[in-house]
Design a binder for this molecule. Structure first.
Ligand SMILES: [Zn+2]
Length: 302
């Protein structure tokens, strides 16, 4: 039984910021290898205009490939209703909408104010109805912003409450790697006290090395769903300096060594890492676990 759920976001968050394009066939093989390693949720791409982010141009094909793999939840990101329609048509099981708590980041990223974005997600949720994809509202730049600096906590809480009204789940994202564990505990606790179990996911970047510490802080506040990216690929092309999600391999090791089952197999995870590296050989990849290997006598959580 899985006690912690990890969503691999490398094919989306990682590749959208990579300088190199991963060939579509390698992307498919990577997604298949991730599923074989035990990842049951994979964010495979983003339905943004291909001119804006060429690395996401094959997202429809990747979604169609992924939904044929049994036992995984296929997630796609959409910045608006148009992107949602494309995600739904391709068969995505879940669609994540980034709603920036930073006014400046929102206008720069999706050319909408945070409140206009909430209304956009509301329209998508109405279109999804009962039979459509799950809708997640992910509050980005929830812990700070490279453009605006400080992001008011009250604004994060206000947007979470608004999104919880019609989203299946709400996630808090440290898009640019500004968060610290004390802040994570405080904001997750505040949001949870307002929306309860609708607060589902945590999305951290390792830009300043605090990704794992922040994930642990969120875990201690009751979070059980985490986004991470293999090899620490990732970032936001519209937020300068934002690179590297929390590293999947290290996150899995942290939880498994604490006795918390993730359902993920290390050997297969490292096999998937090799496929990823083969597809973007010039990109920097990170991760302590992959370099050091498992400790002698290590036993995965039951
Ligand atoms: Zn991110």
């Amino acid at each position: 039984m899985r006690q912690v759920h990890i969503c691999e976001v490398g094919p989306r968050d990682g590749l959208q910021n990579a300088k190199q394009l991963m060939p579509t066939e390698v992307k498919k093989a990577w997604v298949s290898a991730l599923a074989a390693a035990g990842l049951t949720e994979i964010e495979v791409g983003s339905f943004v205009p291909p001119k804006l982010i060429p690395a996401m141009a094959d997202t429809e094909e990747i979604v169609r490939h992924a939904i044929a793999i049994p036992g995984i939840k296929v997630v796609a990101l959409a910045p608006n209703v148009k992107g949602f329609e494309r995600a739904r048509a391709a068969g995505a099981h879940k669609v994540t909408f980034p709603v920036s708590a930073s006014y400046q980041h929102s206008v720069s990223n999706v050319r909408m104010t945070p409140d206009q974005m909430v209304e956009e997600v509301r329209r998508a949720a109405a279109l999804a109805g009962k039979d459509g994809p799950e809708i997640e509202g992910a509050i980005s730049t929830a812990f700070g912003c490279t453009l605006q600096g400080e992001v008011p906590e009250d604004e994060v809480v206000r947007l979470a409450v608004a999104l919880a009204e019609f989203c299946g789940g709400v996630a808090l994202a440290d898009t640019v790697g500004y968060a610290n564990p004390a802040q994570v505990r405080r904001i997750f606790r505040r949001v949870k006290s307002e929306i309860g179990d609708k607060l589902e996911g945590a999305h951290f970047h390792n830009t300043r090395g605090l990704g794992l510490a922040n994930a642990l802080a969120a875990y201690e506040e009751g979070v059980r769903h985490f986004d991470s990216s293999m090899g620490g690929l990732g970032g936001c092309p519209f937020a300068p300096g934002a690179s590297g999600n929390v590293i999947t391999e290290d996150l899995v090791f942290m939880f498994e060594s604490m006795g918390l089952a993730t359902g993920i197999d290390f050997d297969r995870l490292l096999a998937a890492r090799q496929i990823m590296i083969s597809g973007v050989p010039q990109e920097p990849v990170y991760g302590h676990m992959a370099l050091a290997g498992l400790p002698k006598g290590f036993r995965a959580a039951a």
